[in-house]
Design a binder for this molecule. Structure first.
Ligand code: F0G
Length: 354
């Protein structure tokens, strides 16, 4: 049996004897050491925290399991969220598992196909809002106030409580906190949760220090970097296409208390990192996740010195979430051949480059 975050980190979570210890096997994700990308920027120790290995393919499951367990404890019958896709996939899965009705609001036309497929497969009620994520979040906040339906966006504090366990795992895996944590920033819940996790673990004596937090927003959706909300956020990384993050203050605190920074990466930089991760490291992630590595590469190019440092990049979701993008930018031709040995042999030998 694979235990989930409620079992492994019970002592650090707001659980009571009445909280059902549910799990779909979330957490305990791989921390993989870079073989080539780190070397290119003169850093011997770059690690990737593969959050795409969670049950629904993103880090959201860590927080969703806590939020849904608490919803069950409080006798809720339905849950609701706004989402760029991953939160809705996770809510739909845990809602199904818990026997709750799940309603998700997604920005119409701006959610990756794999994520929508998940919400539908798990039986969620999907509402496509003709507006962006920020508007959808405003709407679910009002609905959850008006009706007895539990809001499971990261404004629900149990979500961040669960998400902070990823920081615990990194410290447990490395023996201490890294020097730097690189992380994509959208609604800013995750950077807030990681900082909380690193802080609590240090306070508990499980780590001797805390990392500098390096958060990255897409250039066309960078309200925190600009210092004001962005009305019409744009980026190829649809998961972080957010103009008015709910956990804005948490992100600023993480940045300032850690002595880190929050910076932008362009869509071109995101796509470059997305390809490099897959082709140099064997890590296929979704574009938003590649923002962490894009940011690391950008800072290294600008002359920031990572030699002798330990860096962890959070890879927040799997590449299978967004199969259309992978196919759209495919720059390696597909070889179509008749099914006879001669034809196949000719093509294969050509590709093999003997
Ligand atoms: N990476 C992925 C793959 C995401 O899905 C998200 C957020 C982020 C990074 C950013 O994390 O919002 O905590 O700063 N996705 C949310 C959603 C907004 O609805 O699935 P954040």
């Amino acid at each position: 049996m694979r235990e989930g975050v409620l079992h492994r980190y019970a002592a650090f979570l707001p659980l009571t004897p009445q909280t059902p210890r549910i799990s779909l096997g979330e957490g305990n994700t791989p921390l993989v050491k870079s073989r080539r990308l780190g070397a290119e920027i003169g850093c011997e120790e770059v690690y990737f925290k593969l959050e795409g290995c969670n049950p629904t393919g993103s880090f959201k499951d860590r927080g969703m399991v806590v939020a849904v367990a608490k919803a069950l404890e409080n006798k809720a019958r339905a849950i609701i969220c706004a989402s760029t896709g991953n939160t809705s996939a996770s809510a739909a899965a845990y809602g199904a598992y818990a026997g709750l009705t799940t309603i998700v609001l997604v920005p119409q036309g701006n959610i990756a196909r794999g994520k929508l497929a998940q919400a539908i497969a798990y039986g969620a009620r999907v509402v496509a809002v003709q507006g962006n994520f920020d508007r959808a979040l405003e709407l679910v906040r009002i609905l959850a106030q008006r009706y007895p339906i539990t809001l499971v966006n990261s404004v629900n504090p149990y979500r961040l409580e669960g998400q902070k366990t990823a920081a615990f795992e990194i410290v447990d895996g490395l023996g201490d906190a890294p020097d730097y944590l690189c992380i994509p920033v959208g609604n800013a819940g995750n950077i807030t949760a990681y900082w909380k996790g690193f802080t609590e673990y240090a306070q508990a004596g499980r780590a001797t220090r805390r990392p500098k937090m390096l958060g990255f927003q897409a250039e066309g959706a960078a309200p925190i970097v600009r210092g004001h909300p962005v009305k019409d956020p744009q980026t190829i990384a649809s998961a972080i296409r957010i103009g008015n993050p709910a956990s804005w203050q948490g992100a600023l605190r993480a940045r300032d208390e850690s002595g880190g920074r929050i910076d932008t990466v362009t869509d071109e930089e995101i796509l470059e990192a997305y390809k490099l991760l897959a082709r140099m490291e064997g890590v296929f992630c979704e574009p938003a996740s590649a923002a962490s590595v894009a940011g690391l590469l950008k800072l290294a190019r600008q002359g920031m010195d990572f030699s002798g440092k330990r860096v962890v990049c959070v890879i927040t979701g799997t590449g299978l979430k967004d199969p259309d993008l992978a196919n759209q930018i495919a720059d390696i031709p597909l070889h179509q051949v008749p099914p006879d040995l001669e034809s196949v042999e000719e093509v294969v030998l050509g590709l093999w480059g003997r």
